[in-house]
Design a binder for this molecule. Structure first.
Ligand SMILES: [Zn+2]
Length: 633
């Protein structure tokens, strides 16, 4: 069999054993799509593992849905001298030639590789992650909507909202009015953006494999039958490069400039507190792997005093550093076997220098991370994929080879692990009475906020839990159990700190932007998230304003006494002017929202380092100093 409409489904091929669970789920979702299309008489479907123009030209429709990375074939390999596929150019050539691209979830232009360069900005750009399922029909007459109800719920828990462009037709919106299903014509072809993840979760919500829910199936078939019958042309790549690619590059550039020009004549920023993330443990954070000589300087004890002075000169009012991660960075008497011998001195230098310079000292604790020895002896955090691999007979020492070397995550559910963590906090605060803020990092399970643990202890606890929560699927039990465990435990942590001293502030960082909304219910005094990060299309400058507005609102709703603690960062090199502008936008947004306690953090000192001698990028330091009222010259 094989119909006239030729559909290519992008598939990563055989996955690695250690693959990210979302990549595995994405592949299962695509398998469900494949099975649906295979049953249609007028459609023939094939899986392809490359986006090369030579391959795409044989098809009418390309489906690119819930894919986090390029296939090994397309990613190439610098080591083996295999070139990567320039997928932006080949996708544009495909559409230029009359092809139809159907994009699902992140692939609409959000995160991972899809956020780096917007390929179809005239039709769809990923805007944000929305945790609701209901979609509302907005263009009844559109061929994509044929036979669909006024509203339906997609099956996966979230969707990506879409920023429309000048050629966009909006077919479904979500409950907040944000576009979620769009289509548009571009050159001779068609682009269709579905914000939800087609086929991830099936009709039977307990299963990842099976039939697509009815509305999702109908919408997909409508899309294929509508756009897949267009005439195809043979368009040389060079023609696409000089027309469509050029147009889109200019369009993206223009959008960026429009964004920047929205923010002119803003007043001088003002903050009540400004902290610098500063830690001499960078190499450990990077798994000791990265060859970045510039970081050597942070391990130099003589330099640490200078770094604190630099922070002060730039106008910061505090530093934030680690007290404990996999190992102890302070000289713990309770857990001397876990002390990393190099760290206590560095920790104490920072503590003392901060005091000397009149800076607040704030410390970070990583709740479930333990040294290799303690981890190996303890009750471990077993993720679902760890459990599956163990069940398949893989060796523990292969699955956890990093953990046996570096340390690992212990089970967040187990009382022994919880007790040890509270002991660590208590001990640190008693030894260092001038700590003004406790930052709880990794307030989740090792693979997420809703994934729970699959060790024997946790499985037993969840079985009990499910008895009192009838009617929930396995994943819903995991999510609800995770939420309750984490919420109860970190509430206890917050209370413990307040018992030691009500003056000490508590805070946390949660993953930006994908942590579920409920994490804003943690009872901490502050809640930190990024409001600026890279310079790519995923992080337009409006994010500083939009994320701040959203997160201030969520805190007000779920933890009304909590104060938002935004993080500005420079993962990509940013000029001093750009950084100053980001601080301006943040301060201005706070004023618009009537936020009185205007906090800010910069992530982090290592990104300012220019040279192995510890000198900073002067331009960046000046931009920050100007924003914070510092005296950097
Ligand atoms: Zn467990």
């Amino acid at each position: 069999m094989g119909g006239n409409i030729k559909v290519a489904l992008y598939d990563l091929g055989p996955l690695k054993a250690s693959e990210n669970k979302y990549v595995i789920l994405g592949q299962q979702a695509n398998e469900n799509i494949y099975n649906l299309l295979k049953k249609q008489n007028d459609i023939s479907v094939e899986k392809i593992n490359t986006l090369a123009a030579e391959t795409l030209k044989h098809y009418n429709v390309l489906i690119l849905s819930t894919i986090h990375r390029l296939s090994d074939k397309d990613a190439g390999s610098a080591d083996l001298g295999i070139q990567s596929v320039d997928y932006v150019r080949s996708l544009l050539n495909f559409v230029d030639s009359g092809g139809c691209v159907i994009l699902g979830h992140d692939c609409v232009g959000f995160r991972h590789i899809w956020g780096n360069f917007q390929v179809f900005p005239m039709i769809c750009t990923g805007q944000g992650l929305e945790e609701s399922k209901k979609l509302v029909l907005s263009d009844k007459a559109h061929p994509l909507a044929a036979g669909l109800p006024e509203t339906f719920e997609h099956s996966y828990t979230d969707h990506i909202t879409i920023r429309p462009g000048e050629k966009t037709k909006i077919i479904f919106k979500d409950v907040n009015g944000a576009p979620a299903v769009v289509a548009g014509e571009l050159s001779r072809g068609t682009v269709i953006g579905l914000g939800y993840s087609m086929g991830l979760y099936c009709k039977d919500k307990n299963h990842y494999t099976g039939e697509l829910p009815e509305a999702e199936a109908r919408l997909l078939l409508n899309a294929v039958r509508w756009a897949g019958v267009k005439e195809k042309y043979e368009v040389p790549q060079v023609n696409t490069d000089t027309s469509l690619l050029k147009q889109i590059t200019t369009y993206n550039e223009q959008k960026k400039n429009e964004s920047l020009s929205k923010y002119t004549n803003l007043p001088q920023p003002k903050f009540t507190e400004a902290d610098m993330w500063l830690y001499p443990f960078w190499r450990i954070m990077l798994g000791n792997k990265k060859d970045t000589p510039v970081l050597d300087i942070l391990e130099n004890e003589q330099y640490l005093a200078q770094s604190v002075k630099n922070v002060k000169t730039m106008g910061f009012t505090g530093i934030l550093t680690y007290a404990q991660s996999y190992t102890m960075y302070y000289p713990s008497k309770l857990y001397p076997q876990d002390i990393d011998p190099k760290m206590p001195k560095r920790f104490e230098i920072l503590y003392n220098e901060a005091k000397k310079n009149g800076l607040k000292i704030k410390v970070i604790f990583c709740a479930w991370r333990r040294s290799a020895d303690t981890w190996a002896k303890g009750v471990k955090n077993i993720s679902k994929s760890d459990m599956d691999r163990l069940a398949k007979g893989e060796k523990e020492k292969d699955i956890f080879k990093d953990e046996y070397r570096r340390g690992g995550w212990v089970c967040p559910d187990h009382p022994d692990n919880q007790k040890m963590f509270i002991n660590i906090i208590r001990e640190t605060l008693e030894m260092y009475p001038d700590i003004s803020e406790v930052h709880f990092d990794y307030v989740r399970y090792k693979d997420g906020y809703d994934t729970s643990c699959y060790c024997d202890y946790s499985l037993k606890q969840k079985a009990e839990f499910s008895k009192t929560h009838p009617g929930l699927s396995e994943s819903e039990i995991a999510a609800e159990f995770s939420k309750q465990t984490l919420m109860n435990f970190f509430t206890e942590c917050h209370n413990q700190v307040k018992k030691i001293s009500p003056q000490i502030k508590t805070t946390t960082y949660t993953i930006t932007p994908t942590a579920p909304k409920w994490v804003f219910g943690y009872p901490f005094d502050y809640h930190a998230k990024y409001v600026s990060r890279y310079l790519n299309a995923d992080w337009p400058i409006e994010n500083t304003e939009n994320y701040t507005t959203q997160y201030v609102g969520w805190l007000k709703e779920l933890n009304p006494k909590g104060v938002f603690q935004p993080m500005i960062s420079s993962y990509d090199y940013k000029t001093g002017e750009r950084l100053y502008l980001e601080f301006q936008i943040l301060s201005h947004t706070f004023d618009k929202l009537s936020v009185k306690n205007k906090l800010v953090q910069f992530y982090d000192y290592a990104y300012l380092l220019k040279d192995t001698d510890g000198s900073l990028h002067d331009d960046m330091a000046r931009g920050i100093s100007k924003a914070l009222g510092g005296t950097w010259k």
